[in-house]
Design a binder for this molecule. Sequence first.
Ligand code: PLP
Length: 492
Amino acid sequence: MERLKKALHYDRSTHPERTNATPERLFEILENVLGTKAQMHIQALTPLLGPPQMPVNDKQASQIVSYFDKANFDRNSLTRIIEQLEYSEISTAEAIALHHQFKIPVSHPEEDIIPVKGDGCWIMDTKGKWYLDMDSNYSATNLGMANEEIALGLYNQARTLISMKEDRIQIARTRFLKEIHSMMPEGLTQFYWQNSGGEAVDKALKIAKAFTGTTKVIAFKNGFHGRTHGAVAVTWNEKYRKPFGLHNSDWVQFAEFNNIDSVKQMLNKTGAKIIILEMVQGEEAGNRPAKQEFVDALWALAKEKGLVIIDDEVQAGFGRTAVKRGDWFACMSYGVVPDIMVIGKSFGGGYPVTAVVTKKEISEAMQYGYDGSTFGGNPMAMTAALIATRQMRERDITFNVVERSKQMMEGFKRLESTYPVVSDAHGRGLMVAFSLGNAENVSLVQKALTNNGIKASLSTGPYIRFLPPTIITEGETDYFLNKLEKAIASVL
Ligand code: PLP
């Protein structure tokens, strides 16, 4: 009962991040756990409590506890009720309403699953239901949705030195620098840390412009690089650029992906010296890898013409697209080294930290005052990056990706041969997709997956995309493939 009291009336010394529970949340949980039997308890408790979304006070919390004491709930139900209160003291309805009321609507609000807790590749929602995660937050939570070691490191760091501006020497960053180099492509030794992928893409463009002394950039059709002004300007889909007047930026041209002649034509037309690409095009292309011949030709052209290649590995990096053990970045799997690489997403195991990484001679084009960042590479970010990247190496993530990728693609091929609606299964590592013919079918299958305990919300037109955590196990992959087949069979 002490645990119930703490979940209702939060203890600031142990959980300063919480508020007191609302009656609405308590009643929602009673319904989650007890079903129709909840009503009699809700009726008995309502007169004791205030308005639905008003957090309970100390007296009300005590009254709820004594009611529970007498009500004789079975142990299993009681544990589930307390657990759900501990993970959220606020109701699902209130969470949704406040988002609609106060959030600038830049994106479609996903309301079907409201996650409150992670455990490996699994997430629990406000209703106490568990889902296998096949999105990894766009590949940001490759090590799972919760991480004890990162939590402990961040707690220790926040207690000692929570922030430090970018330009001051600091120890957390030094620790990171002592450990990271074994993972990096050869020659990419110089780091500049940022807080989001888009920001790091912007800074990569600035570095390339400073080094070449030119401003023209060739990007690719179906490429995606983020939402900051510079990143949007080099992102292909006009719907992201046009509202902001970035659809006819005279410094960016788009070439055909996997078509070296198109790149040559653009170079001739513009005289550009800078190229930016995703080696596996994600968001806008449905996880479409570059062809080896194209990569080889592009690197040869860059050598011949003195071009600077920016490889955006924000999504593809940290083992996600491994083809063999040790392929920490897509470029390694293609056997090439870019001039500048952008990394992010899973870099901090879910904690926001990104970076531009480049060669020494390129980095030297940036002079004091050319850039700056208050939070770039702060001690919390560096601590998360140190622990996350160390875990990736210790857990042999690239090996797991290679094995799970084979298993996943075999499963997709089986679906292709059984269901005519499934086609064009493709991908690299654990950045995979297949077509379901049209976007409506994708939406139907995604809903069926959600109902069957699989969180899979990514798509590009007719393609359903998957980016499971790179720690996903063989059993979990089988479980997913099973549910996927059931979902397709049930709706298509
Ligand atoms: N680059 C690529 C390839 C991405 O996929 C993304 C995000 O999805 C970004 C850049 C932007 O990253 P962020 O959302 O952290 O700004």
